[in-house]
Design a protein around this ligand. Structure first.
Ligand code: EPU
Length: 343
C-alpha cells in the first residue's frame, strides 16, 4: 500500500457521478480545482502506476466496470473574458463550469452563438470531446481552442480549433488523444451581435416571433428538449445513445423506395445522414424495455436505465437494437457515448 494524499478519496462511489446511474466505484477519486493541484494528483497516480481517467459531468459515459485507478474530475469554474475585439469576445472557461449555466451566462452578457446548445447536460470540459451539437449548431462552430494536460507527463497543451479534428459527434479527443489528455480550459469566440440560427425545422416551428431574441431561442430549445428528452436526474440516461448514421446516395435511394417517409439530411460529400431515432422506432424498439433498461417512449434514440441496471444490461439492449436496425435497413448504428471497457 502507498500513502494517499488528503486531496484523494478512496473507494469512491461513482453512481451519482454518471447520469446512467450505473453502480460502479473508483479506487481513487480527486476533484482538483487548480492546474497545480491537478498536476500534483496526476504525478501521484503516475508514481503509483495507477491508470487515470478524466471525468466531467458523467453524462456521456458508460462505465463497464469499477475503475481500478484514479478518476479525476477537474473542478475549476473560472471564466476569463478578452473583450479587445470589436465584434466578438473570447471567453476562456474552465472545464468544471456547467455547460448550460455557461449558455445562460453568455446570453445574459450579450455574447452569442451557443443559444441552440441550451440544456445540454455536462461540463464545459467534456463539450469538445464529442463536439456537442443540437438544432443546427455544433461546438466547433464557436470554439477557438482547447487546453489541458497530458496524463502521462503532466505537460500542458493547447490545440487550436483546426487541430482538434472536429466532426459530427467526434474529435481528436475521442480518437488519437482518447485517454491521453485531461481538458482544463475551453476558449470560445462568441459574437456581440445576435443572429438567430433557425435552420433546424423543429426549432423554427417552435418560434412565432419573426425576429426572436436570443432568450426566446434559448427558451424554445429548452422546451423542445424537455418535451422529448428525459431529465437525467429523474430518468437516468446519456442523451442520444447512438449517432445518426451516414449512408451513401445509392443506399439512401434504395431505402427511400421502401420507406418514402423516412427522414434524412443530405450531406456535402454525396452522403446522407439518417435519423437513428426513426430507424429504432421502425424496428419496434421505441418505448420498449429489456430488463431494467429501455429505449425512451418520447425519443427512441435515448436509452434509459432504472435502479439496479448494469452496463451489461445497457450493452445487451444496445446490441439488440443494433441487430434489428441492421436487419431491417442494412445500417450499423454506432454507440455515441464513451464506453469505458478496459484499462
Ligand atoms: N424520430 C422518430 N422517432 C423517434 C425519434 C426521432 O421518428 O423516436 C424522427 C423525428 O421525427 C425527426 C428525426 O427523427 O424526423 C430527428 O429527430 P430529432 O429532431 O429528435 O433529432 P435526432 O436526430 O434524433 C439529434 C441529436 C440530438 C439533438 C437533436 C436536435 C444525435 C445523435 N442526436 O437527435 O443530440 O438534440 O438532433 O439537434 O445527433 C445528444 O447528442 O445526446 C442529443 C440529444
Amino acid at each position: 500500500m502507498f500513502d494517499v494524499p488528503a486531496a484523494i478519496q478512496c473507494q469512491m462511489d461513482l453512481q451519482s457521478q454518471n447520469t446512467l446511474a450505473l453502480p460502479v466505484t473508483s479506487a481513487y477519486f480527486a476533484e482538483p480545482d487548480t492546474l497545480e493541484s491537478l498536476i500534483d494528483v496526476i504525478s501521484w497516480a503516475n508514481l503509483q502506476g495507477l491508470p487515470i481517467m478524466p471525468l466531467g459531468g458523467g453524462s456521456n459515459v458508460v462505465f463497464c466496470h469499477d475503475w481500478p485507478g484514479l478518476v479525476i474530475k477537474y473542478g475549476e469554474r473560472s471564466l476569463v473574458v478578452d473583450d479587445s475585439l470589436a465584434d466578438s469576445v473570447l471567453i476562456k472557461v474552465a472545464a468544471g463550469f456547467e455547460w448550460h449555466a455557461l449558455v445562460l451566462h453568455c446570453v445574459a452578457s450579450g455574447w452569442f452563438g451557443i443559444e441552440n446548445l441550451a440544456l445540454i447536460p455536462g461540463s464545459v470540459g467534456a463539450a469538445p470531446i464529442q463536439n456537442i451539437g443540437a438544432y443546427g449548431v455544433e461546438l466547433c462552430d464557436v470554439l477557438a481552442s482547447v487546453s489541458g494536460v497530458y496524463i502521462e507527463t503532466g505537460e500542458v497543451f493547447l490545440l487550436e480549433n483546426a487541430q482538434c479534428e472536429f466532426a459530427y459527434r467526434d474529435s481528436i479527443f475521442k480518437q488519437a488523444l482518447a485517454g491521453k489528455v485531461l481538458i482544463t480550459h475551453v476558449t470560445l469566440k462568441l459574437s456581440k451581435q445576435f443572429t438567430a440560427q433557425l435552420h433546424y425545422p423543429a426549432l423554427a416551428a417552435a418560434i412565432v416571433n419573426p425576429q426572436p431574441s436570443a432568450n426566446e431561442v434559448v427558451q424554445a430549445v429548452i422546451s423542445i428538449r424537455q418535451s422529448k428528452l428525459p431529465d437525467p436526474l429523474v430518468i437516468p440516461n446519456v442523451g442520444s445513445f447512438f449517432k445518426n448514421p451516414l449512408v451513401n446516395n445509392y443506399h439512401l435511394s434504395s431505402l427511400l423506395e421502401r420507406y418514402p417517409a423516412m427522414p434524412y439530411y443530405p450531406q456535402a460529400n454525396g452522403q446522407a445522414k439518417l435519423a437513428a431515432g426513426w430507424l429504432i422506432e421502425q424496428a419496434g424498439w421505441k418505448g420498449k424495455s429489456l430488463g431494467l433498461v429501455a429505449m425512451h417512449a418520447q425519443q427512441a434514440l435515448v436509452l434509459t436505465s432504472q435502479p439496479g441496471a448494469t452496463a451489461a444490461d445497457v450493452l445487451r439492449l444496445a446490441a439488440c437494437v443494433q441487430a434489428d436496425v441492421a436487419a431491417l435497413f442494412d445500417v450499423r448504428l454506432q454507440i455515441e457515448p464513451q464506453v469505458i471497457e478496459h484499462v
